[in-house]
Write a protein that binds this ligand. Sequence first.
Ligand code: PLP
Length: 404
Amino acid sequence: MSDFISKLIKEEFLRQELTINLIASENYAPQNVLDATGSVLTNKYAEGYPGKRYYGGCEIVDKVENYAITQGKKLFSCEHINVQPHSGSSANFAVYLSVLKPGDTILGMDLSCGGHLTHGHKVNFSGKIFNFIPYHVSPETEQLDYDEIEILANQHQPKMIVAGASAYSRTIDFKRLYDIAQKNHALLFIDIAHIAGLIAADIHPSPMPYADFVSSTTHKTLRGPRGGIIMSKLDHAQKLDKAVMPGSQGGPLMHVIAAKAVAFDNALTPEFKSYQEQVVKNSKTMCQEFKNLGYKIVSGDTDNHLFLIDLRNKNISGKEVEKLLEQSGIILNSNSIPFDPTPPTVTSGIRIGTPAVTTRGFKEKEVLQVVHLIDEAIKNKLDTNFAQKLKVEVQDLCKRFKIY
Ligand SMILES: *Cc1c(COP(=O)(O)O)cnc(C)c1O
């Protein structure tokens, strides 16, 4: 390997080992996932689907993809799964492309309320190609306002309703969304990019009985390789597969598909279920302790692996906290809060997630310690030496909980 890149990989390895990662969308892939991702399967062109490829020499990769499909169906109890999307965004692109035409109307969650760029933001392909109508959380409860969704669906008669979020800490009522979609003859598309691991472990309700399409990433709570998947009702299977290839992608990443299969196998074990239970316990524990310390939690609580803190009563912006904590080796991201008065480059909030720290073995005791480290950092934001003091504590904690 180039000396330069191999040195950087070592540096990044150490950065990961020695920092506390609270980014809700990140995780540490286990060694068996890394091994598959780094395998010779990367060499193989396999445009098409098992048994219907455009290249010779696919007999082995066909078995790989068929196995990923079998295990994916078992894990999510779905009628159909496509394991080829290169990412969550590509997965969403293919879903829209499969059943909609440019200009069609879609209801999607507003980005500032926790939605994703691919749910209709104007700078994203989704917002440029389709006529997205945004729905919001209620300003009072900061939880999804299903009544508003129902009114908007009635008024705009969308072809599709998309739900699922990147920064929303409460359980989503899929049944209610299904009822709204049914009444208005709209397709229902649920994006479980963040909560796929919780759903796989049966600790968040599954959208599968209700949704026409369900997309996900495989690298967040699911703890697999960086990539995407799409599940659908059998009726949509053909259109969906065509929308992925040749509609929007060329050759599949067979090494990543193999790693997805490994991740599905991992997720079918009892250890994975206990892991997800601990992810939620850790999230609830941190959330409660922040409340005890006078922090305001967006929507008041968490049901899942993440929560948002509204920092306005602490006189510090999200960006400032992100930068401050980074100096001590605590990594998280600033995040807009619903109806945020500040721009996305500043933000009034931070997002905290527990999938990564739980993978390295943190339990209630350690996450409580992390809450206090964060609180002290904020209280001592004017003391320039304080970050260095904290860094020692952060690294001590990290060394006791090795990732690899
Ligand atoms: C992360 C995420 C995606 C996109 O995934 P990428 O792999 O980064 O393209 C899509 N939807 C939601 C809700 C997400 O949180």
